[in-house]
Design a protein around this ligand. Structure first.
Ligand SMILES: [Zn+2]
Length: 404
């Protein structure tokens, strides 16, 4: 989702471009093997669009940047938090602060937040289609209330730089390569915004977004309750099992970047789950690795840079499992997802089908990513790519947890 392309501007020798494109091609090849890492290796750039530089007082871009900053502080964000958001726009997303900016480098995205596709902004019920600063903010909140609230809760009292990185990871969610390439530009721009717009003088207000944060958690629980046919039982935990019937002798065909843990290609050098590839398992049913209730099926992004459809299961022994990245489009979802919200699954029950190798190329599907946490999955996603104990090794759990 929100994959962006940035262009190098000015005076770059052709030879350097060639070298860069080779490096980028290599990174793309590497990242295509694994989830959440695909896409273009983005290059941070400083295009200023037609409205002048946003760091220069009096330009159109400056006015829009300042208005964006205010649009968040008036919602209760601190100066540092608002600067973190502005830093993402000014450092990487829409560096000219052109309000209806089409996706830089081509693509379907648009606007300050590079809504992808732009119709996501235009068609949202909260959209007045004006591309105004305030309306874009309102649509951001409407589209991803939990993300905004989580960002608010987690970056409270922090620096503008850390807020910038958090907004990148929570909301913008570019490819791992883009995160690596643009993080420092986002952070630097956040510091600039903080100083330009008087961020130090503005503390956050819990009464606005903080209160909403509490409701966010309540909301998610409420959703669980709503989906439970029987509120006294959320589904069995019980044994653990392999997601594919063809895995024998505790010996799954996974290696390298597919494994949980250390990763050489991802942000944070960390893979927060396991990828089962279509070469070994395409065409087979994906089985529940642990029993529980399918409490949420949601959708985030339509390319392999993102989660696509993801299926969240809550087990009654405190584990949560997520199955993602095996269906990105609606038609893939209807073909490959075999459960619905509210279903109870036992270990070994069918969750979906991993497409046959080569059969789903647009969008590409070449693996299923399975993650396990003791945190509710939406909360755990705040620790995407982070080795902070949130994500657990599914392979270890399966190996240790099978019935003997
Ligand atoms: Zn993965």
């Amino acid at each position: 989702m929100k994959k962006k392309k940035y262009w190098i501007i000015g005076g770059v020798a052709a030879g350097l471009l060639l070298l860069l494109s080779i490096v980028m091609a290599m990174m793309m090849m590497l990242s295509n093997k694994s989830c959440k890492t695909g896409g273009t290796a983005d290059i941070g750039g400083g295009s200023t669009g037609g409205g002048g530089a946003w760091t220069q007082v009096g330009t159109e871009a400056y006015k829009n940047a300042e208005a964006t900053f205010k649009s968040w502080t008036e919602k209760g964000m601190s100066g540092a938090q608002a600067a973190g958001i502005v830093g993402n726009i000014g450092g990487a997303e829409d560096t000219g602060f052109v309000l209806n900016q089409a996706e830089i480098g081509g693509g379907t995205g648009g606007g300050l937040y590079q809504f992808t596709p732009a119709s996501k902004y235009l068609n949202d019920p909260k959209s007045d289609k004006s591309w105004s600063v305030e309306n874009q903010r309102d649509v951001v909140i409407d589209l991803e209330p939990a993300t905004v609230k989580q960002f608010f809760a987690d970056t409270k009292g922090g620096s503008p730089e850390d807020a910038a990185t958090a907004w990148m990871n929570y909301y913008e969610r570019p490819s791992a390569a883009a995160r690596a390439n643009t993080n420092s530009a986002r952070r630097a721009a956040a510091r600039t915004a903080y100083e330009l717009f008087g961020g130090a003088n503005i503390s956050g207000s819990d009464s606005i977004l903080g209160g909403a944060a509490a409701t966010a958690d309540g909301g998610s629980n409420a959703q669980n309750d709503e989906n439970q046919c029987n509120s006294s039982s959320t589904g069995a935990g019980g044994d653990w099992g392999w997601p594919f019937a063809s895995i024998k002798n505790n010996n799954p065909a996974i290696s390298g970047e597919q494994l949980f843990g250390h990763s050489t290609t991802r942000t944070g050098n960390f893979h927060d789950g396991v990828d089962f590839g279509d070469a070994a398992y395409g065409g087979q049913e994906i089985k529940a690795i642990h029993g529980g209730t399918v409490y949420k099926i949601s959708h985030s992004g339509t390319t392999q840079d993102s989660l696509g459809y993801y299926i969240c299961v809550k087990s009654d022994d405190g584990y949560y499992e997520v199955y993602q990245e095996f269906a990105f489009s609606d038609s893939q979802a209807s073909k490959y997802i075999k459960v619905k919200e509210g279903d109870t699954v036992k270990t070994g029950d069918t969750i979906g089908t991993l497409p046959k190798s080569g059969s789903e190329t647009s969008p590409l599907v070449n693996h299923v990513h399975i993650g396990v946490s003791k945190k509710e999955i939406s909360a755990a996603e705040s620790s995407a790519f982070r080795n902070d104990g949130t994500w657990l090794d599914p392979v270890q759990l399966i190996k240790d947890g099978q019935s003997k």
